[in-house]
Design a protein around this ligand. Structure first.
Ligand code: SF4
Length: 430
């Protein structure tokens, strides 16, 4: 490696004010390598996706003059990322540009084929792969051909290497918070106790990923929780676990960690729960854990649609779970998706009516994005699914839901839920 430090810049576009936990993991893992930590300088830049401007990012890049650029890609930010990559390539043609994240991972080779500015695409989990890339670019160790889990450009062709199995022991990835890579901040701190999801929802990238769950040790989670909750400036934070009430044993353990560390009445906000599994005991744990709000389905209230997209749904158990949490003072946010195969305009109306009947604190309505890596993306023919192949991959129609109906359903659902959410203070005081 050269004597002076090599500079690496990692960039993401997130919701305003939010850091990227994924890039935090990548930096923390890379710095665990003593040679890399001695000889490289790694910076993370997080821009607001709503307000962040590509030219603003470009300005920082030209100021920082990185030797390697890593871009984190989601469906909502991909257009900006590609525009940024094209501009960087013109200004700094020798700087390798590596892209990763859920938008790119499953189709990394296709992204490289269509976008000459991208040099390497990471297929899946980025920590170990990115460390190998740092060694390759700065220490000239190994060959790109031998780095599993990437697609890369070789002359005119794009080569897709074999996938890399995920890191088995998650504790091998140092905590971005405990190492000081990310600084906990009020309302925008995200913790994670496991990776993976036991469910296989057809529209979700997480559901189409690895089989099996991998856990961080409870000691590690405890240390992170104590750091966050021991800070009087932090009044609320989040867990990004796919299902917070994964099973009774895990919930019990996480609850005891949270309860024991809570000295300032810090609240846990908007965790995801599997509502059909919520009973009195679960609610008791959620309250002890300091949970203030949860986000949950049902996505649609139509059982036939739920079956098509591979979700378990029991309307009565779901309603009971919502009621139990509300009675305990926990805010419940309900999510609905317009455009799912199996639904149609009237079924969307029925889903909105079902969700409103639960009296959630908020209804979050979105249009179906058919994301790379999901089973809907991989098998579109099954449901006559038509969607935009370019991000953000909006659905255009399916065998039960033609486009004109989707359009009407979006108009109806968005105005109905907007009205409902706006009337929230009325409902609370009433
Ligand atoms: S939507 Fe939630 S429960 Fe379903 S696969 Fe994704 S993370 Fe798991």
């Amino acid at each position: 490696m050269p004597d002076s430090k090599s500079r690496i810049l990692l960039i993401s576009f997130n919701a305003a004010g939010h850091d990227s936990l994924a890039l935090g993991y990548i930096k923390a893992f890379a710095l665990k390598d003593t040679t890399v930590s001695r000889r490289t300088q790694i910076e993370i830049l997080s821009f607001s996706n709503e307000e962040g401007d590509v030219r603003q990012a470009l300005y920082y890049i030209t100021e920082y003059k990185p030797h390697l650029l890593g871009l984190s890609c989601y469906c909502w930010s991909m257009e900006k990322i590609l525009e940024l990559a094209r501009s960087v390539k013109q200004i700094m043609p020798d700087v390798p540009i590596v892209v990763g994240g859920p938008e790119v991972g499953p189709v990394a080779d296709q992204y490289l084929e269509k976008n000459q500015a991208l040099d390497v695409g990471v297929h899946d989990e980025g920590e170990a792969v990115f460390l190998d890339l740092i060694k390759y670019y700065f220490a000239r160790k190994g060959r790109l051909e031998d780095i599993t889990g990437i697609s890369f450009r070789r002359g005119q062709e794009v080569v897709r290497n074999q996938d890399r199995p995920p890191i088995k022991d998650l504790d091998e990835i140092p905590s971005p918070y405990l190492t000081g890579v990310l600084i906990p901040r009020d309302g925008v701190t995200y913790l994670q106790s496991f990776r993976g999801c036991p469910f296989r929802c057809g529209f979700c990238y997480e559901g189409g990923r690895h089989k099996g769950l991998r856990f961080f040790s409870y000691e590690r989670v405890k240390a992170e929780v104590e750091l966050v909750m021991g800070n009087p400036g932090i009044r609320s934070f989040h867990f990004v676990d796919s299902v917070f009430n994964l099973n009774p044993k895990h919930l019990r353990k996480i609850t005891s960690i949270l309860r024991d560390a809570n000295r300032y009445d810090t609240r846990l906000r908007t965790i995801e729960v599997f509502t059909e599994q919520v009973d009195e005991e679960t609610v008791n744990y959620l309250v002890q854990a300091g949970v203030q709000s949860v986000e949950t389905g049902p996505q649609t209230a139509i059982p036939e649609t739920q079956k098509r997209i591979g979700r378990y749904f029991d309307p009565e158990k779901f309603a009971r779970g919502v009621r139990l949490m509300q009675e305990a003072g926990i805010e419940v946010w309900c999510d609905l998706i317009v455009g799912l195969p199996g639904d149609n305009f009237f079924r969307c109306v029925a889903s909105v009516a079902y969700a409103m009947g639960l009296k959630p604190s908020r209804i979050v309505m979105s249009i179906l994005h058919v994301l790379p890596g999901t089973s809907l993306f991989q098998e579109p023919g099954r449901f006559g699914l038509a969607f935009d192949r370019n991000p953000p991959h909006y659905v255009v129609g399916n065998d039960t839901f033609p486009f004109e109906q989707i359009y009407e359903a979006v108009l109806f659902s968005s105005s109905a839920t907007m009205e409902y959410n706006a009337a929230l203070p009325l409902k609370k005081s009433g």
